[in-house]
Design a protein around this ligand. Structure first.
Ligand SMILES: Cc1ncc(COP(=O)(O)O)c(C=O)c1O
Length: 417
């Protein structure tokens, strides 16, 4: 019966959905903590957390209660009015970050779109520098799928055949301060946008001093610094925001993914000074807006996420679990030198970079009921819930160990043949 249902849903999916990502052939029905079940009742250990979204795991009782309480109070009323939950969330975010102002939307791409628009408006209206229109972005980056955000995404495969794209955009190599110094000398540079850790690009941590160096360069040249913290934000790296590791605050920061623990939301935070680019004069309408952005349901969920991260000590757990998981991944580099190249990342944004067969390893893990995902084509990504337990990490490492053994044997067999 459940198998029939699985087959029927798979057939309907193949007929009616426009493919989203590279989809594994399972149909998920429910989840609890770090575990998911499909419609057949099969259990999966989830180290993807909805691609770094479900930071409290699945069906966290406090998040479920907050969503249902808010749903019975007010789901939506529009930004024609001030909304209690939205104002409280703005306060919660600014009090934990460099920013004084927040704008809410519904996804990471939308938050970045808002950031790019704000940067242009700031330069043109506030800084009175109308020639500053060029965006500097980094090779290997990922910023979303809208036209402007693919335009600043430094991976050709996301831009291919979507042109002409908004610009001008100049790409520089990630982690290279000399390249940034050279690019930021351009008097037409509007803003530089980058991730504190490149996530989709393969979990690339920049060298120490890079983010701090960028901050100094931007301040000196009048270029705005935008940190895309869609994946690194909200505790993922073991601090509230990725930029804190170098104490180098941006002018604009974007958040999404983990912010509301799975309820769609995006946020763009900015300093008072930069936010002036969007702030209308008295009596004028807003210069940027969203129908759903900052709706009470998403904001109530986000307030609860922030609350639970603090009350349950999840930043501390993230840092501790990170060390444990990283050691486990690093051990594979020693055990399988022909296959595993490097353990990388920070907090619970970790990956095992492999020499080959990354997609096949992800598939084989799923067949063995472990969900992990790919980052950048050759990195097996681990982004579990921030409360992930040691025994869950052990279980995940045990399955990956089996898969790496199998793969190594296959590689050895094929080289012998
Ligand atoms: C760093 C970064 N920016 C932006 C995005 C786009 O976010 P969304 O898919 O919510 O539009 C992602 C998604 O993976 C991301 O990792």
């Amino acid at each position: 019966m459940t198998h029939d249902r699985h087959d029927a849903l798979m057939n309907a999916a193949r007929r009616h959905l426009i493919q989203n990502y590279r989809q594994q052939p399972i149909v998920l029905a429910r989840g609890e903590g770090s575990v998911l079940w499909d419609v057949k009742g099969d259990r999966y250990l989830d180290m993807t957390a909805g691609i770094a979204v479900c930071c409290l795991g699945h069906s966290h009782p406090k998040l479920t209660a907050a969503i249902s309480a808010q749903a019975s109070k007010l789901v939506h009323a529009s930004n024609l009015y001030y909304l209690e939950a939205q104002v409280l969330l703005a306060q919660a975010l600014v009090s934990r970050s460099f920013a004084q102002r927040a704008f809410f939307c519904n996804s990471g791409a939308e938050a970045n779109e808002a950031a790019l628009k704000l940067a242009r408006r700031y330069q043109q209206v506030v800084a009175k520098a109308p020639d500053r229109v060029t965006f500097i972005a980094t090779e290997g980056s990922f910023h979303g799928r809208t036209l402007a955000t693919v335009a600043v995404t430094g991976q050709e495969k996301y831009r291919l055949n979507f042109g002409p794209l908004p610009g001008p955009v100049r790409f520089i190599s990630y982690g290279n301060l000399d390249a940034a110094r050279e690019a930021l000398q351009d008097s037409r540079a509007c803003a530089i946008i980058l991730e504190p850790i490149q996530a989709e690009g393969g979990i690339i941590v920049p060298p120490p001093g890079y983010l701090k160096g960028l901050r100094e360069l931007c301040t000196r040249t009048g270029t705005l610094l935008i940190f895309d913290e869609v994946q690194t934000g909200v505790g993922r790296t073991g601090s509230w925001f990725g930029y804190e590791h170098e104490g180098s605050a941006p002018d604009i920061m974007t958040l999404a993914k983990g912010l509301a623990g799975g309820v769609p939301i995006g946020a763009m935070l900015a300093t008072d000074e930069v936010a002036r680019g969007f702030l209308p004069s008295e009596g004028e309408p807003a210069t940027h807006a969203s129908t759903f952005g900052g709706n009470p349901l998403a904001c109530a969920a986000a307030i609860t996420v922030i609350d639970v991260i603090e009350s349950e000590g999840l930043l501390e757990n993230c840092r501790e679990a990170s060390k444990y998981l990283w050691r486990g991944l690093h051990h594979f580099v020693e055990k399988y030198p022909g296959l595993a190249r490097e353990a990388r990342g920070r907090g619970l944004l970790l990956g095992l970079n492999v020499h080959r067969d990354a997609a096949a390893i992800v598939t084989r893990c799923r067949e063995k009921r472990l969900l992990v995902s790919l980052a950048g084509g050759s990195t097996i990504r681990f982004v579990p819930a921030l409360h992930v337990a040691r025994q869950e990490i052990d279980e995940a490492l045990e399955i990956l160990d089996q898969v790496l053994t199998e793969r190594t044997e296959m590689i050895n067999d094929s080289t012998r043949a």
